[in-house]
Design a protein around this ligand. Structure first.
Ligand SMILES: C[S@@+](CC[C@H](N)C(=O)[O-])C[C@H]1O[C@@H](n2cnc3c(N)ncnc32)[C@H](O)[C@@H]1O
Length: 253
């Protein structure tokens, strides 16, 4: 799907020409890359680690699997997946694909520190993956899909690169489903979060984008329907922390 000059896409609460969204998102992550891991811990008081553990636990990567982690950023999901496969007795091969070289650079640096050699890195767009059809046992995307301009295109690509019988798993911020928690969460995201971004990363705007993009992202049931429409099957949803985040699981049959 190419960009239509008359179409707009949401960039946080702003509507921007479709063709501009990708570049704006790229700027956000280039700006936060060096401080990304620290900010994740500060912003979520470490809870993002529990959510990521839950995602990898649900996936249950096995030795011998080929996994693609799209929008893999600094490698949090990839490192967890290779570790779980090792705990089960062997190596899984995980490819991190991200559109942003700076985020991939952080991931490579961390792999170097860990002496990790079961992870590979490819710079690429979730909407046009540089991989052949039916290539992976699993496709994961954590906190990535809401940044993509055409979500339906990214989902179609996920299905294309999965082997039949392969698993799709998406972790994303979602719609809070606990009364009262939504008000608190709004106050936190729109007031405290940009302030924190400004103090720690010197960048309030990127963290304002983060809060806004979360609000613009469709709720659980709508995401499930988009996944079905992309031809993935047996869609299941699990909420995390009352719906602050949610996981969507599906299969290519
Ligand atoms: C919030 S970070 C998530 C990183 C990592 N998955 C995690 O959970 O910590 C979002 C990532 O999506 C990447 N991204 C944004 N748009 C993308 C696209 N169209 N294709 C691939 N990656 C994209 C960004 O560069 C960034 O690294």
């Amino acid at each position: 799907m190419s960009n239509n000059p008359e179409q707009t896409a949401s960039f946080g609460f702003r509507e921007v020409p479709e063709a501009e969204k990708e570049g704006l998102v790229r700027e956000v992550f280039s700006s936060v890359a060096a401080r990304y891991d620290l900010m994740n811990d500060l912003m979520s008081a470490g809870v993002h680690r529990i959510w990521k553990d839950a995602m990898v636990e649900w996936l249950g990567p096995r030795p011998g699997w080929k996994v693609l982690d799209v929008a893999g950023g600094t490698g949090d999901i990839a490192f967890r997946m290779v570790e779980m496969a090792r705990n089960r007795g062997g190596e899984a091969c995980v490819t991190v694909c991200d559109i942003n070289e700076q985020m991939l650079g952080e991931s490579r640096r961390r792999a170097g520190e860990k002496g990790e050699n079961a992870v590979a890195w490819v710079c690429g767009n979730a909407e046009d993956l540089p991989f052949p059809d039916r290539n992976f046992d699993a496709y994961t995307i954590a906190f990535g899909i809401r940044n993509v301009t055409h979500i339906e295109k990214a989902l179609a690509e996920a299905r294309r690169v999965l082997k039949p019988g392969g698993r799709f798993l998406c972790l994303e911020f979602s719609k809070v489903e606990v009364p009262g928690l939504d008000t608190l969460y709004d106050a936190y995201s729109f007031k405290l979060l940009p302030q924190l971004g400004s103090w720690v990363a010197g960048d309030a705007d990127s963290y304002r984008y983060l809060a806004e993009s979360i609000r613009r992202f469709p709720p659980q049931a709508e995401v499930a329907q988009m996944i079905r429409e992309a031809g993935l099957e047996q869609v299941k949803v699990r909420n995390l922390s009352g719906g602050i985040a949610a996981m969507h699981s599906a299969w290519r049959i």
